[in-house]
Design a protein around this ligand. Sequence first.
Ligand code: ADE
Length: 226
Amino acid sequence: MHIDIITCLPRLVESPFNDSIMKRAQKKGLVEVNIIDLRSYATDGHKSVDDYAYGGGAGMVMMIEPIDRCIQDLKSQREYDDIIYMSPDGELFTQSIANQLSLKKNLILLCGHYKGVDERVREHLVTREMSIGDYVLSGGELAAAVISDAVIRLIPGVLSDETSALSDSFQDNLIAPPVYTRPADYKGWKVPDVLLSGHEAKIEQWRLEKATERTQKRRPGMLEKH
Ligand code: ADE
């Protein structure tokens, strides 16, 4: 998979890709992540990527020209499955969308900033808009990192134990059951006996019960989809 992230603040996106699973995925050659500084596509001496809004009002708007030049340049190098604009009013990102995106070959994630992008970018250049939740971030950079993380860990071979992505919460519309590790008794707070029993079928049964109980309590709507 190849992911291009277009941003006017590249440093804000970089670090999550230089650690842990996302770093390992790149090292293994399973994903290529390219962070592109939108300013390198600016057309004036000041490297401007934003301007005042027509009609007035507070806040700057990201200009269409550098974004278009950047996207056309990328499109001349490969064919993209989706060009996704990060926006709080986009489609709500879910595990199911992460699964879908993990099957794609080439993606562009476009990060908005200031008051957002010129509406013509949304009308003519992007294929999809995505929000990571009903709250407003300072820009799309952190959202792009979140989406990349959720997608990259699903690419086969990225996690050493592939089944561990399959047993994640939300993957089968059930929240994951509780997990424990040593010690079995800490200050009198005990690990449930069944987990120490070595009885595989009983442990599986207990995990399913706990997952169902937890889902019922925390995300009752999810159980209908299960
Ligand atoms: N940009 C600002 N807020 C955002 C959000 N919640 N999701 C995606 N992009 C954003």
